[in-house]
Every structure is written in C-alpha cells, then in structure tokens.
Design a protein around this ligand. Structure first.
Ligand code: ADP
Ligand code: MG
Length: 714
C-alpha cells in the first residue's frame, strides 16, 4: 500500500484523521495507520473502508450536498422537457429553451457527476474497472446523446431528462453511505464508553485517604500514569488502573461481554469504560492512551475489519464479470435496437444506458464488507475479538476443538491440597523451599504454592539463579542448596533418584491431583499436591460442541491421571497428557493429518505455536500478548462457552454473506434482460432513472440484510 493511500487516526478520537503519521492533537497518543478508502467503488468492493466511518460520513455529506443542488435544477429540466409537458398536458416554451436545457444539463452532469467521474478516473488508472466506470460511462453517454439530440439532430426528440439520472445516483449513494455508516458504529460506541472527564484526586498513600476538597475534574485524556482518580457509585471508570481504596461491584459487560457484575476490592484491576455500581473507589492510573483495554480492542476491530474473508474473492470476481457483462450486453442492446430492430438512436442508447446502470455491481461490492463490519462489532460486544476474518470463516466447519487444560477448561488457580515432608523436614520447610523458588515463576502452580506459603505466614528465603523449565518445573538456589521443583520429568532431567519419589507417591491420597516434587541437593525431600477447579462453563461448552457435531480434545502438560479425570468429567473425546510445550503443536498437526479441521484454544505463551498451527487459533483471556498475536480470534473472558459463540457467529455470518451474494447477483439476472428491452413487446420499458433507483434499492437491501445481523443472539 502506498504511503499516500494511508490514513492515520486516533483510536480514542476517531474524528482525528490525517495523512501523516504522528500523535493525536487531543490526547497525544500515537496515531494508527489504516488503508484509505479514497473513493467509493473499487476500494469499497475490496472491503477496505469499513472502519472509516468518518470518511463515509464525509462522503455522505458530499453526496447529500450535491443532491440538493442538483435536485431543483433537475426539476426545472423536467418541467422544460417537451416529453413531460406533453405527458402532463401543459406547455412552457421560449426562444432559448434548448440552450437553457443544455446549460442546466451540463451543470448537473459536471457538478453532480463529479464524485463519480473522479472515482472512475481512479479505477481506470489502477486498471480495475468497476462500478464507477460504469456509472460514468452511463452519464457520459447520456450527456453526449443529449448534445447530439440538441445540436446535431434537431429532429430527434429532446433528451435532457437523462440528467435525472445524476440526481438518482446521488440520492442512492447518499442513502447507501448512510446505511454503511450505520454498520460501522461499533468503534464510536466503544470510544463513547470512556467518560470525557475524570475526578483527579490527591491520594495519601500512607493515610490511605483523600480529601474531598482536593477533587479536580480534568479531561480523561489528560490523566497520567500514577495519577489517582475518584470514581463515585454509578459512575463510569475513566481509565485502566488498580483500586487503591474502596470496594464495589463493577459491570464490565461492555468490554468483556460478561453480564454479571464483578466484585472488586483493593488491589484489583479495573478497566476504563466499565461501570462502578455501589461503592466509591480510588483508582491509580496504570495505563493511558493506546495502552488501555478499550483502545486495544478498538485497534483490533479496525485491523479485523481490514482483513478480507475468502468469500470476498468470489464477490470480487463476480463484480468483475458483471462489469464485463454490463459493457457487452449494453453494447449489444444498443446495436440490436439500432440495427436489428431499429427504433432510433435515442431509443437504442436509452436502453443501453439502462443496462449499464442496472448492472452496476454495487450491491455486490457491499455484500461482504457490510457483513464483516457488523460481525466484528457484534463479536466485540460479546467479548470476542476477531483479528482475522478468515479465522472466523474457518470456524463454521470445524471438526475438532483442542482445548488447553490449565487456565482454559480449568480455572488455572491451583490450591495446595496436601504437603508431604520427608527426611526429617517439616511441612513448613517444604513450603518455604518451594515458595522461595516459585516466587520467581509466572506459572499458575507456582502462584498456588506462593499464596499457600503466604497464608501460612511462612517467611521466604532469597532464591538465586532461578530457571524455569517449561512443561517440567523450576529450580533455584536457596542459601547453599539447589532446589529443584516439578514433575517426574523434571526429576529425571536432573538425574534425581525416583525411587523415593515413587514411595512417596503412594502416600498421596488422591492420585488425581497435580503433584510437584521438591528436591534439595539431588534428593527428594517432599511433595506438594495441588488441585485446580474445573470451570462450570467447560461442561456446558463441551456439550454444546458435541451437539454441533464437533469433537473435543484436551491438551496438557499435566500428568495422565489428572488429565484423565478431568477428561472423563467433561466428556472429552481425546486426551493428550504429559505433553511438553514444544510437542503441543505436534498434537494439533496429528489431528490435522487425519483430515480434521482443527481449532486450538489456549492462553499461555507455550500455546502460541499450536495456535498458529491450528486452522483456527483462539486465544483466551486477553492476557499473554504472544498468544494473542498467534491467534485469529481472542476471547476477552475466560469462558469456554465463547468458543461455541464463535462457531455460531461464524455460521450466521456465512449465511448472511451467502444471502447477500445470492441477492446481489440474482437481482441482475432478472434486471438485465428487463433493461435490455425484453419486455418491450409487452409495452414495459425501464428508464435509466428507474434502473438507477433499482440498483440503489438493491444495494440498500443488501446493507439492510447485513444490519439484521446486529440483532442476532449468539
Ligand atoms: P499446561 O499444559 O497444563 O498449561 P505446563 O506445560 O505449563 O502445563 O506444565 C506442565 C507441568 O510441568 C505442570 O503440570 C507441572 O507439573 C510442571 N511445571 C511447569 N512449571 C512449573 C513450575 N514453575 N513449578 C512446578 N511445576 C511446574
Ligand atoms: Mg496453559
């Protein structure tokens, strides 16, 4: 994409639109570059402009203005038209009537037709002849014939009524633009979530309080990291941050799609745009500008709306064919009525122009992009962020959904169930050793061990040389001792005697728990068993998937006994346990070689390769950015049922696109013969103006059909 075809806009202030990269004059945030939809027609057929609501708004305004200038002139032309006068039975005639008509017709064509001619010029330059070429061809032909009729063949009946066509085109495009704007409102809605003003306060860290007199209302975009804001009950939270004082229930539905309010207390993270229900909160600003959740979501939506589903290729091809058909049938029509069934040049050209006008593949150009725009916004409202439309397209015919176990099907919050100590050590000592090392780890098991140690008020020791071995465990130096933690594979890797461990295992009451061995100086000294809760939603999600005829697999690095129990409880078809992170991708490949269309659902960094490998990668919980980058779809919430929603949305979207394509092409099959004069023997003849109206109506129908999707229940 050439630089000059880029537009830069602020995710927080969509009204900011400039042609150079830079920062938003309103909030200073870096502007996001997007491809520019310079003109209706070709660009639009390619589905590129749909997030440019602002651009569409400008175009709608332009069409409207030109329409209202051209309309009165058109009415004068019609009043002066001898044909109309004859028809309505009155007569206005004066010396320079033809000349006046000529001037009016020229002004109408030049001024009203300008946006079309310009767009056509672009199409021709880029050798991508499309709708605007056809519209301009029709307008030019109409104009040339009118001049010919006025000056060269004074005998022919006058023909300036053709300029009505310009009004109809302008009107139609105005309506269309308005409809298209209606499909792209999601970004504005998201931006509107952020309250424009925030109550900035001075907050005393030590006293943990604010003084009411210190409240200062400032624009939200002036907030800086580290500022404190007061959020009163019932108000919207202006920005992303952490609660430093107060508790409340917060409604995050607009951002996560989760309709139930979430209880929040000191230390919890809040998202700008969510609603604070009952308590008063003091929030420390942690993210500003482009980093905030709402900005990120808006950016994702923008990007998604620029990706093209594969059906778009089909629509593009059909549109190209229609352009060719329009020119061929139009020319054929002209010569047929001129030579084979002679009715005069004016008659022949009227029909030819009608054919060209009616065949304009405008509806076809709108058929897919309007649906894409609505789908991405509808998805976002449900906490589903589509990064690539092609991913959503795949979702409709999945065979297998592979879930990562920990954190996806289970809560990923490990609770310590049992601590076993050996070699004369106490439970406390084991926990101390383990927690001191795990303090450095991000793993959910590590977090479980650390919070257990905290709960038991155990003092941590300093650990050095921390190292994590993905899929196996972690190690570190505590004092002089090398402490090794992890599963059996971890012990094997470090050459630690397993016999003791095996003996110990018998003592652990529940074999279906995750067990972490604790070894000190190459000797197993204890074990910690942990439990992770299965999400209640998991079972429901899997049942639904089965109802849809989709099989479910589970992928985990956890031991087989644990995996099997979870698998059984959830009714999972295929369980892959004890899979090393680097092997996860092979399991996905394995299912693919069996001919299945596979979706992978995961959250962790180590899921990234398998998310990429799968036909459809779904990252859960907008947490790890690596996972998000590798996925086509991101689920904001940690709810496996949203996978079902993705599939349902995919199927609905597909149906809409097909309906639109069918309508946009089918309409032509009926309209072209009628325009070519097939019904003339029955006395039915389409005027070019009627053709233009029909064409516009057909586009509006396509847009309206897409809009119906807005109401869909997922
Ligand atoms: P999952 O695929 O379920 O997300 P991982 O691949 O992250 O699991 O981890 C697999 C196994 O490796 C865990 O069940 C645990 O036994 C061990 N493990 C990984 N990291 C750690 C750690 N920091 N501390 C202890 N054990 C760990
Ligand atoms: Mg995981």
């Amino acid at each position: 994409m050439q630089e000059k075809n880029k537009e830069y806009t602020c995710p927080m202030h969509p009204e900011v639109l400039q042609h150079k990269p830079g920062n938003c004059p309103k909030c200073g945030m870096a502007l996001v570059g997007t491809d520019k939809g310079a003109h209706v027609g070709h660009e639009e057929q390619k589905g590129k402009v749909h997030d440019h609501t602002e651009h569409h708004r400008m175009m709608a305004k332009d069409f409207k203005r030109r329409f209202f200038v051209v309309l009165p002139l058109t009415i004068i032309v019609l009043i002066l038209s001898p044909k109309i006068q004859e028809w309505l039975g009155f007569s206005v005639d004066f010396a320079f009537r033809n000349f006046v008509l000529f001037v009016l017709g020229t002004v109408i064509t030049a001024y009203g037709g300008k946006p079309f001619f310009e767009a056509a010029k672009n199409e021709i330059k880029s050798r991508n002849w499309g709708m605007m070429t056809l519209v301009s061809l029709a307008l030019t032909a109409g104009y040339v014939f009118s001049i010919a009729a006025t000056f060269l063949f004074p005998g022919e009946s006058l023909w300036w009524e053709i300029s009505t066509l310009v009004s109809v085109f302008l009107f139609g495009h105005w309506l269309e633009m308005r409809a298209v704007i209606g499909t792209g409102g999601a970004l504005k809605e998201l931006a509107a979530l952020i309250p424009p003003m925030a109550h900035k306060v001075i907050w005393d860290k030590n006293e943990k309080k604010i003084g009411e007199e210190e409240v200062e209302d400032i624009p939200t975009d002036k907030l800086q990291k580290g500022d404190y804001v007061l959020v009163r009950p019932g108000e919207k939270i202006p920005i992303d941050g952490e609660i430093v004082q107060g508790e409340s229930s917060v409604n995050e539905a607009m951002i996560t799609g989760e309709s139930k309010p979430v209880a929040k207390k000191e230390g919890d993270v809040v998202i700008g745009g969510s609603i604070n229900n009952d308590g008063s909160l003091v929030v420390r600003v942690d993210k500003t500008g482009a980093e905030t959740a709402v900005s990120q979501i808006m950016k994702l939506i923008r990007q998604a709306q620029e990706t093209k589903p594969k059906v778009q290729n089909l629509a593009d091809k059909a549109a190209n064919w229609l352009t060719i058909i329009a020119i061929v049938v139009g020319t054929g029509t002209f010569f047929y009525w001129l030579l084979i069934n002679p009715q005069g040049a004016i008659f022949a050209s009227t029909l030819a122009i009608t054919v060209i006008v009616i065949t304009c593949p405008h509806a076809l150009g709108l058929a897919i992009p309007t649906v894409t725009t609505i789908t991405t916004s509808l998805a976002a409202k449900n906490g589903i962020l589509i990064r690539d439309m092609r991913g959503l397209e795949v979702a409709k015919n999945l065979d297998y959904v592979v879930f990562d176990k920990t954190g996806t099907l289970t809560k990923g919050q490990f609770g310590v169930a049992e601590v076993l100590a050996f070699k004369g050590l106490a439970e406390k000592d084991i926990l101390k050793l383990a927690a001191s090392v795990e303090l450095h780890s991000q793993h959910s098991i590590a977090q479980g061990i650390v919070s257990e140690a905290r709960e038991r008020k155990i003092k941590f020791s300093a650990a050095h040389n921390f190292k994590s071995i993905p899929g196996k465990g972690a190690e570190g130096k505590v004092g002089k001792d090398i402490v090794i933690l992890g599963n059996t594979a971890m012990l094997e890797k470090r050459g630690i005697e397993l016999k003791v461990a095996r003996e110990l295992l018998k003592k652990i009451k529940d074999a279906t728990r995750t067990v972490i061995w604790v070894a000190r100086d190459n000797e197993v000294v204890g074990a910690i068993s942990l439990e992770d809760e299965i999400r209640v939603e998991s079972k429901k999600a899997i049942n639904k998937l089965h109802e849809m005829g989709i099989k479910v697999a589970m992928l985990t690095g956890d031991k087989k006994e644990v995996a099997d129990v979870v698998g059984k409880k959830l009714g999972i078809d295929t369980v892959f346990a004890e899979v090393l992170p680097e092997d996860k991708v092979n399991k996905v490949k394995y299912l693919q070689t069996k001919g299945f269309t596979v979706a992978m659902v995961g959250d962790g960094v180590n899921d990234a390769p398998s998310l990429t490998q799968a036909h459809l990668g779904i990252a859960v919980g907008a947490g790890t950015s690596v996972a998000i980058e590798s996925a086509e779809i991101v689920l904001v919430k940690n709810d496996p049922r949203d996978v079902v929603k993705v599939i349902s949305l995919s199927r609905k979207t597909d149906a809409k696109m097909k309906q639109n394509l069918a309508w946009a092409t089918g309409y032509n099959l009926l309209a072209i013969p009628a325009a070519a004069g097939i019904l003339y023997p029955l006395g039915i003849l389409l005027r070019p103006e009627w053709g233009a109206l029909l064409m516009s109506a057909s586009s509006v129908i396509v847009v309206a059909n897409a809009l119906l999707l807005k109401k869909a229940e997922l």
